[in-house]
Design a binder for this molecule. Structure first.
Ligand code: PLP
Length: 403
């Protein structure tokens, strides 16, 4: 069993108090999680002991090379990838996805169809729109009123012209976990690239790209206890076939092929430590086993809190919780609307009690619009992370029940 008190000790920011003495409650994890001390220290240590550019003859440069390789190696294990050359590093997921889309514009032909969903964050919709410049069609999959993807619509829209499906694994706005397994099965043996946005999924569930049989997968370490960086997994050999924007003087092979300029080496060190932090929460004989075990523990803990929050909020007369319930796989992100108070004003009221939450559409604008929630200012989103405690959820429910 995950010991929340032990976990909380890793995070210095959890002891912040407001001037009334209320401890801060971070329920803003889907916008970015807090960072353990080991991650913070590793970033500072990088600048003290290893700060340099890569591929030099001197020690700090050698150390930086080792850090970069080690991060790629651990990230490949974290994602269940074939090897470290499948892992590209970028500023964030959005930037990597734009670079990939610009590369794929030359790979696809006029009349080809790329499928995206209306549930997705704009970072997995906007970049694909640029393919329209070449006459590639963007096909949009509807969502249902309950915030799930319309799979009938999905099946209908996949055809001989489909060259790629870009879908999210979990909605950052309302927590839905998508049935990417089903989509994977219907495109099995078809020549269709399968891209998964794991940004909201990766903090809560373990990932195995080999089982998922995807061609690309993207995630961001600032959503799972690390610094602001994005990662792209590409199936071995695939990135080498794509004409990405790249200086001719830089390495033209994967994983570097989609990376531009100098990376944030200190943040890379921090991202490696974030993976070490997750693995330290699990048991097992290998790094991968520890990661998988850690996610079982994290998942159980987060789900228990999210279910409690979900059912308590559902009982409140003025509050309507949106999105699917917890009968199926679902991420621990609970969004709601209040009958009389806007989502933004709810966040302001929560902030007065030192509770951090976000409101609006969270860049999943299409989904919020389609659910008819945009005109009212979107939803209030409470995201549970591994460091949240039963007491924090009880305090949050108490506050919301008085509003
Ligand atoms: C589901 C999802 N996809 C993509 C993104 C964009 O990630 P990044 O900020 O790394 O570009 C986010 C960010 O919130 C997200 O939640």
């Amino acid at each position: 069993m995950l010991n929340p008190d032990k976990i909380r000790n890793h995070f210095p920011s959890l002891s912040i108090k407001n001037n009334k003495g209320d401890k801060i409650i971070f329920l803003d994890g889907p916008g970015g999680t807090q960072v353990p001390k080991t991650v913070i220290d590793s970033i500072s240590d990088y600048y003290k002991f290893s700060n340099a550019n890569t591929h030099g003859e001197f020690e700090t440069s050698n150390k930086t090379d080792i850090i970069m390789d080690s991060l790629r190696e651990k990230m490949s294990i974290f994602l269940g990838a074939e090897n470290k050359d499948c892992i590209s590093i970028g500023h964030n997921m959005t930037t990597l996805n734009f670079s990939l889309a610009r590369g794929l514009i030359k790979y696809f032909n006029e009349g080809d169809e790329v499928v995206i969903t209306d549930l997705d964050h704009e970072a997995n919709r906007g970049p694909w729109m640029i393919l329209e410049e070449k006459g590639i069609k963007i096909i949009r999959i509807n969502i249902l009123k309950n915030g799930e993807i319309d799979y009938d619509d999905f099946v209908k829209k996949i055809n001989k012209k489909t060259v790629m499906i870009a879908m999210g694994m979990s909605s950052n706005a309302i927590g839905t976990v998508n049935n990417f397994q089903f989509i994977k099965e219907i495109i099995e043996n078809k020549n269709i690239l399968f891209l998964l946005d794991a940004v909201h999924y990766a903090p809560h569930f373990s990932i195995n790209v080999t089982d998922l049989n995807c061609d690309f997968l993207l995630c961001s370490s600032y959503k799972f206890y690390g610094p602001h960086l994005g990662f792209l997994y590409s199936r071995p050999g695939l990135l080498d076939k794509i004409e990405t924007e790249r200086l001719t003087v830089q390495d033209q092979n994967s994983p570097y092929k989609i990376e531009t300029g100098t990376l944030n080496h200190a943040a890379c060190k921090g991202a490696e430590k974030a993976l070490d932090f997750i693995s330290s929460l699990g048991n097992g004989n290998s790094y991968r086993e520890k990661i998988e075990d850690a996610y079982k523990e994290i998942g159980e803990h987060e789900k228990a809190l999210a279910k409690k929050l979900y059912s308590s909020l559902n009982k409140l007369e003025n509050i309507n919780v949106v999105g699917p319930d917890f009968s199926d796989k679902r991420s621990p992100t609970v969004s709601f609307i209040h009958k009389n108070i806007s989502a933004n004003n709810i966040c302001k009221l929560l902030a007065k009690e030192n509770i951090c939450a976000w409101d609006g559409h969270f860049y999943a604008k299409k989904a919020i619009e389609k659910m008819g929630l945009h005109e009212i200012g979107g939803v209030t989103r409470l995201g549970i992370s591994c460091y949240n405690s039963t007491d924090e959820i009880a305090r949050t429910i108490r506050v919301l029940s008085k509003i």
